[in-house]
Structure formats: structure tokens, C-alpha cells
Design a protein around this ligand. Structure first.
Ligand SMILES: [Fe+2]
Length: 279
């Protein structure tokens, strides 16, 4: 069915964010718009005076992202890791596509209460976790986002997600889409901060990416669906370009998720990941 321009929704239009030119143009327009009243946009974000992160070179972080789509060097204070971890273990979770809620300790060997398989669990009500609010309002993180995107983000969303260890046959790409290579289209322009709340390695849900692929994608990858096969990605970039991001609890990084990335399905331990998404 052909849809008229009038029936296009905001999220349809956001799909244009797959194009680098659209992302850059949107940044330019937002930058001009916010210059008229910068203080208002800062107030809206409730940015705190002091940061949780010390000795961060913002220019260096931003140039790392521009070049590689990712920057490293963030570490959460121990007290925050403990608080977020406790929150995730004592708050109900839901799995996308299902109605029931559960606590993470009700999922054992990949099954909820011994019944259906569960691949991921989104922790509910992240707005009630004060440690996450502190991160959302952190001046250093906001400065990096503002420098990279060119404008203060108009929307920040929080996602605290368990990726669940399993050897079940259902633990495949078709049931857990982020385990397939893809690039995100999360608005006209966007970026993400990630913190591992549990220790993460290649057997416990490591994030995998192709550095530089936020600006370097072949036309057929830009025009096809965001999801890509391993064969297509390794065939174009080379398997040696793949970066497997491992880190202990509290390890953080920032990324332009329009790069090619995926999560390795955990087979040894659950992964708990906090994401702050800016658009
Ligand atoms: Fe993604």
C-alpha cells in the first residue's frame, strides 16, 4: 500500500536518520535553534554542578567518537554500581513482547519459573533509581553529547537491561534481534552511553562493533534494513576490524550507535547493561 506523505508518523520520518547527511543537517539546525536560548535547554536537562567523572578530556572523547564511533575511559564509582545492581535485582522486569513481570532471580537456566525461555529482561521504572538520575544529569556526559551532536539532547531515555545466559536452542538471532549485526536509527541524530553493571567478556554478553562504520557504510547497507548478516559485515569490513568490548563492572563507553554493532549472546553469565540514549 502506498502511504501519503500526510500519513507518515514521526517514527517513519526518523528512519531518515540512517543517512549521515540527515544526521548532520539535523545537528546544524538544532545548533542554530538552541543558540537563541541556550540557558533554557540547559535548564531543561537539570544538569548538576559536579561530575561523577574526573580527569576526562572532553575534546579527546569527542574526537575518538568522530573517528571510531566509540570512546573509552569512563568508570562508575563503586557506590553507584552497587546501587544500580541492587535496583535491578529487586525491581520487576518485563520481556519485550510479553505481559508478565518477574524478578531476575525467577529466571534460571534461561527459563522463567521453569517454563518459557527468557532472553532479555528490561528493568521497570528506571525513573525511580536515583543513581541513574545522577548519571542522566552529569555535566561531563552532557558536555560530550552536546559537543558530539552539536546540540543539547532534547530527549534522554534510560534502559537497564538483563541479557540472560542460556544454552537453549531458542537463544538465536531471530528471537533476540540485537544479537545480529545492525545499526540503530533512534531519531534524526542520536548517541548512547553504556555502562556494564556486571563483569562482561565474550562469554557474558560483550558488545561488539565495527569502529568507523558510523560514517563508512556501503550504499546497499544504508538502503537495506538496519540488520545485517555476519557474512555481509565481515565480507565488507573484514573480521579483523571487529572490536569486542569487554570490561569489569562499572566500565563505561560512549558510542554513536549508527555504527554496525551487536551483542554476543551470553553463555556463561547474565549481563546487566545501563544505557542512556540521547536524541
Ligand atoms: Fe543497537
Amino acid at each position: 500500500m502506498v502511504r501519503s506523505i500526510k500519513s507518515l508518523t514521526g517514527s517513519d520520518l526518523h528512519r531518515l536518520g540512517r543517512f549521515l547527511t540527515v544526521r548532520k543537517t539535523y545537528s546544524f539546525i538544532q545548533h542554530q535553534r538552541q543558540q537563541l536560548n541556550e540557558a533554557q535547554w540547559k535548564r531543561h536537562l537539570k544538569i548538576r554542578d559536579a561530575s561523577l567523572f574526573e580527569a576526562i578530556d572532553i575534546n579527546d572523547f569527542v574526537s575518538q567518537i568522530r573517528q571510531n564511533a566509540v570512546c573509552f575511559g569512563l568508570q562508575l564509582p563503586e557506590a553507584l554500581i552497587t546501587e544500580i545492581d541492587h535496583y535491578a535485582r529487586t525491581t520487576s522486569c518485563t520481556e519485550p513482547g510479553f505481559q508478565d513481570s518477574f524478578l531476575i532471580n525467577e529466571v534460571q537456566d534461561g527459563r522463567l519459573r521453569g517454563e518459557r525461555p527468557v532472553l532479555r529482561a528490561l528493568v521497570d521504572h528506571t525513573e525511580k533509581c536515583e543513581a541513574i538520575a545522577l548519571l542522566e544529569q552529569d555535566p561531563v556526559l552532557i558536555d560530550i553529547v552536546r559537543s558530539y551532536l552539536g546540540y543539547y539532547p532534547t530527549r534522554i531515555t534510560r534502559h537497564l537491561t538483563w541479557s540472560i545466559v542460556s544454552n537453549l536452542p531458542e537463544h538465536g538471532k531471530q528471537f533476540y534481534p540485537p544479537t545480529a549485526f545492525h545499526y540503530d536509527i533512534a531519531g534524526f541524530n542520536f548517541m548512547t552511553t553504556y555502562f556494564y553493571i556486571t563483569d562482561v567478556d565474550a562469554e557474558s554478553g560483550a558488545h561488539v562493533m565495527i569502529p568507523g562504520s558510523h560514517v563508512q557504510k556501503p550504499w546497499w547497507m544504508v538502503f537495506s534494513s538496519g540488520r545485517q548478516s555476519d557474512k555481509a559485515v565481515y565480507g565488507y569490513y573484514g573480521k579483523d576490524k571487529e572490536l569486542v568490548i569487554e570490561g569489569k563492572r562499572g566500565f563505561g563507553f560512549m558510542q554513536d550507535p549508527s555504527c554496525i554493532h551487536k551483542v554476543l549472546p551470553p553463555i556463561k553469565a547474565n549481563r546487566l547493561l545501563l544505557q542512556l540514549r540521547y536524541s
